[in-house]
Ligand binder design. Sequence first.
Ligand code: ADP
Ligand code: MG
Length: 597
Amino acid sequence: MNSPPPPQRRSIRPLDDTLISQIAAGEVVERPASVVKELLENAIDSGARRIELRIDDGGVRRVAISDDGCGIERNQLALALARHATSKIASLDELERVQTLGFRGEALAAIASVARVRITSRTPGDANATTIDSESGELAPAAGGPGTTVEVLDLYAHTPARRKFLKSTATEAAHCAEALRRVSIAHPEIAFTAYAQGRRTENRGAEAWSARALAALGDETLEAHRLVEGGNEALGLRGVLGLPTMSRSRADRQFLFVNGRFVRDRVLGHAVRQAYADFLHGDRQPVYALFLRLDPALVDANVHPAKIEVRFRDPQAVHRLVFNAVRDALRATAAEHPALAGDAGRMPAGAPGLSPSASAWRAPAQGAWRFEARAPGVDAALAMAFQAPAASPAEAAPDASAPIPPLGYAIAQLHGVYIVAQNARGMVVVDMHAAHERVVYEKLKRAADERGLAMQALLIPVAFRADPLDVRVVEDEPEAFAGLGIELGVMSPTSIAVRAVPALLAAGDPAALARSVIAEVREAGATRALAQRRDELLATMACHGAVRANRRLSVDEMNALLRDMENTAGADQCNHGRPTWIQLGLADLDRWFQRGR
Ligand code: ADP
Ligand code: MG
């Protein structure tokens, strides 16, 4: 085989323009959806109010986008296709303050290097439209109103090597639809219509930002979301958060925008994940659309050719804002729950079971969470469980003159699992273990945040059998356990004693608690990792402190739990993202019994 001459023997030459564009196209035009994205962004930059997208054969045969924007002057059409030619910035200073989606002036040139491009455009002042064809470069008069249509035909027809990387037509069409979704969520003031193979697939008029975002997140989210709004003029955030009960196994409904541009960003992604972490364990993925606005000078969008990555001047400030705003929105208490705020009693959004549209929740992955089998002594945990009710039993009892609390008053316990209560709107059903576990968890966290978990020494240390690895962990990481309010001692190579437990959990089973905390510490490894997993450990401990199924509760105990739930932020979902209570309104019951009122 003839090998090419070694590079040092070839002379250096400038690449020709087409080749440069083809190289750029490798980064900008990965697939038909990239064409859709670039053309949509150009249409938006043109000031369009209405945009129409047509794709054929997954966009490979044709992508056509029409807008009613400012149009391109006849004598500028050739320039629009030229490399590094843009109307959007003229200086470095303007680059730093850029407000448009485009500014690199390379998209149309790059696309034209790997496909045939036809631009038909008319400015408001033109008597008629003009078409330019990228292959001939010729201009011709054309029909059409003000605005621009860009058609991209036979993508990669001349670069078969690239064409081979494309997936099936259906897959490419789905990517095109996703590109449209991303752009359209960020621009609710613009009407979008889309067609695939001539059939209409999308049609949305100008609408409120939240309506557009909710439509993209899916119908289930309509009833199960929180709006978030935070920050200030200089750095602001707003968005729609799917409740944890709406979580999915795939991260396919997570939309982050910075100044109207869809991005993938580690700082933002991490902040959101962390804010949800308190409600979602394992590998469940939340759904959300979040819009960050900040001074363009404080963010660099020119990091990636497709501008999908950004760099923040002050990433910490961004992280703080997003984390706090999302967490606060998710932590509204039962008293502020949308199901209790509406006019008719309703189930809280996303509660599984009764509403066919609201059952998106699925069990967390096996092993993601541990529930201990009922252990002797756990009943004693109940003493602690109701140690500090918000009101004394006497006060919590129904009182004709006092307003009914949001979750109402307990009437009965159902099958040892549920509490049935009556509130102003009808009936409330509470998952007693899930709700109590959450309340205990929040108490543990608050105690740990405020003053560290107070320890309570056991009168008689409780010893239990352990394997050598458990013993090692106890010897190696005493501070880790102390930080969690647990004091352990090694008795022998095969036994460990619990000497003290967190005061909040003093009435529980110390050995069972110690065993599962040791197991978690073993898994987490170093102490540093433990600090990061503190909340998970506290959640495990809360599970031990929480009331078990089949434990009969008195009415006072039940009412105490309801009051605790009302006063605990984040008590609407359990640690696994499931709802802790549902509301059945009288209207629902009336409907079931076909009872008119
Ligand atoms: P950029 O968007 O980075 O400027 P492009 O190659 O995407 O680069 O577009 C080149 C130029 O063509 C733009 O700066 C703009 O002036 C013009 N243009 C492209 N699409 C449109 C459109 N739909 N309406 C009006 N002008 C357009
Ligand atoms: Mg552009």
